[in-house]
Write a protein that binds this ligand. Structure first.
Ligand SMILES: [Fe+2]
Ligand SMILES: [Fe+2]
Length: 126
């Protein structure tokens, strides 16, 4: 994927998106190593960095009274609920397979979000 496919011109947000694209590699590595503990940093990233990232995007949008705010915010809320669900499954399931599948689907949906919804923020300045 070329950077111009998703860059919106706000450095910290673009950097976070770049990290999201690398989650797929982290996940592949965790699956190959077959170690449940390797999923922990991925969940940490989702719970901490990604939720902060959603806040950052929303602040930028609110700062300019962005017309697409509600649509965008609603998608973030759905992702947030799924992150909590992934954590719950991880903590209660003895096997990693369910979680791996869930995270993969999550990351796929997140990449689609970046390429279709986040890119509409291109050119917005707070
Ligand atoms: Fe984003
Ligand atoms: Fe977003």
């Amino acid at each position: 994927m070329k950077n111009d496919d998703y860059e919106i011109g706000i450095q910290s947000i673009d950097d976070h998106h770049h990290e999201v694209f690398q989650l797929t590699t982290m996940l592949d590595r965790a699956v190959r190593g077959n170690k449940r503990d390797d999923l922990e940093p991925i969940l940490d990233f989702l719970e901490r960095d990604l939720l902060d990232h959603f806040q950052e995007e929303e602040e930028v949008m609110r700062g300019v009274n962005y017309e697409g705010y509600l649509e965008h915010h609603t998608q973030h809320q759905v992702f947030e609920a799924r992150i909590h669900e992934l954590r719950r499954v991880f903590n209660t399931s003895p096997h990693g397979a369910h979680v791996v599948y869930g995270i993969r689907r999550f990351v796929d949906a997140l990449i689609i979000h970046i390429l279709t919804i986040d890119v509409k923020m291109r050119g917005l300045q707070s």
